[in-house]
Design a protein. Structure first.
Length: 89
């Protein structure tokens, strides 16, 4: 049996709605275009929660898309920390 689609869901909770709005605006253009062999869709499910749905045709594409989007999310979180006067670990 061969799976037709592989999916992953990433939920990101932020400290406030403004942080999640900035993350949504940051990821929006990337989710709107296709990462190679993957489709992504953003969903704002609550003021402080953003959900990213990723769909691919194979596990290699899913791994690559997850690495890409998680890297962008981590970069956005680090930027928020620095902008708030903190440091990046």
């Amino acid at each position: 049996m061969i799976a037709s689609d592989w999916t992953a869901t990433i939920a990101v909770d932020g400290p406030d709605a403004a942080v999640i709005e900035r993350l949504a605006r940051t990821l929006g253009p990337e989710a709107g275009r296709e990462v190679p062999r993957a489709r992504a869709r953003l969903e704002r499910v609550a003021p402080t929660r953003l959900v990213l749905h990723i769909t691919t045709k194979d596990t290699g594409a899913l791994r690559a898309a997850l690495n890409t989007f998680l890297g962008w999310i981590d970069l956005a979180a680090a930027t928020e920390r620095v902008a708030a006067g903190g440091t990046v670990p």
